[in-house]
Design a protein around this ligand. Structure first.
Ligand code: FUL
Length: 698
């Protein structure tokens, strides 16, 4: 590997100095290292959040959690890794230490580790088991080591650096090759800190951790390891949302550095760690395809989190969705209709090695490059026969730098050229999951453009409409998206259930927790439903009768009789409105109109893309008479800034008619906000014996 790299760099250097007759153009701007190229070719891999938080129902542990909690009775790394492999994932990254500071390997840097956990009598090592399972099954292993450590007494002081460096060294020196190390950007704040229970801020993370030194150490220990984060001193960084998408156009060249992006997201809406009752919140394969197209399909990589539960096993619902997305991805990539197509270019090639035919030869290294000075060069493709496709894939030869700014694709349909991918214009930006019908901006490692409608043609034309230097394109592919059924959105407004309709599908639903089938009631119009419970709905394809994935809505108590003095927006069943209180601590009291058992509550932070006032520390009190209050829960809503999802807290079940919610602390801004609260009774077992009776009643 190193040898090849050396030869390549010498060749590139010689070429750029003009010492050799130019068979290929000189590199433009920064170029990736071989390790960065290898990393981009991995496309997608798993994130595994699994630690004490799995057992505490938290997203961020405070640092005082007992290591005794970690005891995943059925954990078997090989089964988990086998699932990733079956899905087509190329690696996994494990959270060896999250913000709470508990280490999942027998580190010598702290006693807050797996050595104190009952699992395998304190002799266990989750890092080792995952690393070995990956090596055996042939996927790559990487590690996440949170810089923030809410347990360590030395955090925020000089002493912690030593602890942290030691942890990095242990992970990089004892577990074989590490393909990527992840340095989370969440740093500083309150925590246990050896009992101090205070707030510690570190100022500049780059200075505090001395990331320049960290990067040097890592390069020495594992030269092939991709460094994620580290204040942009690494090789790759955050895609910008924890929904998984990255913004497009995407440039890997930042100044004189090649910096890559990774879209990150959990497969389950419940969060990064496993949470009780999350089965109904798994993302559908169709949603995952959108995540894939808006990360990998925009030139980044995708890291998709799949979290083991308290037994140490992946939830069946997560696995099902992961595997069916994996199968759909495989199907999408299985056939390239442009492979072997005849080509002709508008310009002479740069050299005889860079002819247009390299675009359809299935070789990712060879590339088409027109001669210098070609303006808007284009290539026509003649397929052997008419084919139907709806996804266009292009790849640049990134070893020569990223060049293309915009491109256009046309297809000949009924003897007319039709533009199927419009060239992108400067200043435009694609974000979110809006992937259908996207324009042609950057290419980079690869771009996937999903057309609004399938196209049938045997004659296509690619035009590079703007490029920073003569374009070097390695592949032009035509793919077909497999059919994937979406799931219907369900919502309750007041006491009425609404299920999202779509002309192409019939809708079946249940309200007793059972899985809907074509024998379940058919949804025709909004349905009255005022009790707590689990509503499920599914689409059935009108054409072929197939059923899609099931949507689940876990409903709390009806809120139509709730009364308060001005906090209605916090329980109006509208995620887009929010209660605005004064500066924290600020509270409101709700009279629920009747006494009922409260066993859990959920909080939704504001959803309007601002973090101002998001309540990140709360207290919930309950009362039967509105005068005497008992505290039911107090704690933290974590990670709201990066991932503002609905968070559910279980409490000791208690009868109450009134509740008082206090926002103890808030992010940013002056006042506090709450988008929505729900209160729940104790969960019944999902498939109850009285299921049939209930169905008959309707
Ligand atoms: C974030 C963390 O704070 C989350 O808990 C999670 O680990 C995610 C991958 O990164 O910044």
């Amino acid at each position: 590997m190193k040898m090849i790299q050396a030869i390549r760099s010498m060749a590139l250097a010689a070429l750029s100095m003009g010492c050799v007759a130019a068979q290929q153009p000189a590199p433009y701007g920064p170029v990736p290292t071989d390790q960065q190229v290898d990393w981009l070719r991995m496309e997608w891999y798993a994130f595994v959040h699994f630690s004490l938080n799995t057992f505490t129902n938290k997203e961020w542990g405070y640092g005082d959690e007992s290591p005794e909690l970690f005891n995943p009775g059925q954990f078997n790394a090989r089964d988990i890794v086998a699932t990733f492999k079956e899905a087509g994932m190329t690696g996994m990254i494990y959270t060896a230490k999250h913000h709470d500071g508990w280490c999942a390997w027998p580190t010598r840097s702290t006693s807050h580790s797996i050595k104190k956990s009952p699992w395998k009598n304190g002799k266990g090592d989750v890092v080792k088991e995952f690393a070995e399972a990956c090596a055996k099954s042939g996927i790559k292993f990487g590690t996440y080591l949170s810089p923030w450590d809410r347990n360590c007494a030395e955090y925020g002081r000089d002493g912690y650096r030593k602890v942290y460096y030691r942890q990095i060294a242990e992970l990089l020196q004892n577990y074989g090759p590490i393909f990527e190390i992840w340095f989370d950007g969440a740093n500083g704040g309150d925590g246990f800190y050896g009992g101090a229970r205070e707030r510690r801020n570190i100022g500049s993370a780059d200075k505090y951790y001395d990331f320049a030194q960290v990067v040097r150490n890592i390069r020495r220990m594992q030269p092939d390891c991709i460094i994620w984060g580290a204040a942009q001193r690494g090789d790759a960084g955050w895609g910008g949302s924890e929904k998984g998408f990255v913004k497009y156009p995407l440039w890997n060249s930042r100044g004189d550095k090649w910096l890559m992006l990774e879209g990150d997201t959990p497969i389950n809406h419940a969060g990064w760690f496993w949470h009780p009752g999350q089965a109904g919140r798994v993302k559908t394969p169709e949603h995952l395809m959108n995540v894939y197209l808006s990360s990998v399909g925009r030139g980044a990589n995708l890291i998709l989190n799949v979290a083991p539960n308290r037994d140490g096993v992946l939830d069946a619902a997560d696995v099902e969705s992961l595997l069916s997305f994996g199968a759909a991805r495989r199907q999408l990539l299985a056939k390239d209709y442009a492979l072997g197509a005849a080509t002709s270019s508008s310009s002479a090639p740069y050299s005889k090695k860079t002819r247009a035919r390299e675009l359809t030869d299935g070789d990712i290294e060879s590339y088409w490059c027109p001669e210098d000075g070609s303006t808007e060069p284009s290539v026509e493709f003649k397929l052997k026969q008419k084919e139907t496709f709806d996804v266009i894939r292009l790849r640049e030869q990134i070893r020569l730098g990223q060049r293309v700014e915009s491109f256009k694709v046309e297809a000949k349909v009924n003897d007319n050229w039709v533009t199927i991918v419009e060239p992108g214009k400067q200043g435009e930006q694609e974000s979110g999951f809006d992937v259908r019908g996207g324009k042609g901006h950057t290419i980079g490692n690869q771009v996937l453009r999903w057309l609004k409608e399938p196209v049938t043609s045997d004659h296509l034309r690619l035009t590079i409409t703007a490029s920073k230097a003569v374009p070097c394109i390695s592949e032009f592919s035509l793919l077909r998206m497999p059919r994937m059924l979406p799931k219907p959105a369900i919502e309750r407004k007041g006491d009425t259930l609404h299920v999202e309709s779509n002309d192409a599908y019939r809708i079946f639903y249940t309200t007793d927790g059972s899985t809907p089938t074509d024998k379940s009631p058919e949804y025709q119009e909004p349905v009255k439903f005022s009790t707590p419970g689990v509503v499920k709905a599914v689409y059935m394809d009108r054409e072929d009768g197939s059923l899609g994935p099931v949507s689940t809505l876990n409903l709390g108590y009806s809120k139509s009789d709730w009364k308060s003095d001005g906090a209605e927006a916090a329980y109006d069943d509208d995620a887009m409105t929010h209660w605005q209180g004064d500066a924290a601590p600020a509270s409101f009291v709700v009279d629920m109109g009747r006494s009922q058992e409260i066993a859990a509550f959920s909080y939704l932070p504001r959803q309007d893309k601002t973090t101002a006032g998001m309540t990140d520390q709360y207290k919930l009190e309950l009362s039967t008479d509105g005068k005497n209050w008992r505290e039911a829960a107090e704690g933290e809503f974590s990670n709201l800034r990066a991932n503002p999802i609905e968070l559910k807290v279980n409490i000791e079940p208690r009868e109450a008619r009134y509740f008082r919610f206090t926002a103890m602390r808030a992010l940013d801004g002056q006042g506090v906000t709450v988008a929505e609260l729900n209160l729940f009774p104790a969960e019944k077992n999902s498939e109850p014996a009285r299921k049939k009776k209930k169905t008959k009643k309707r």
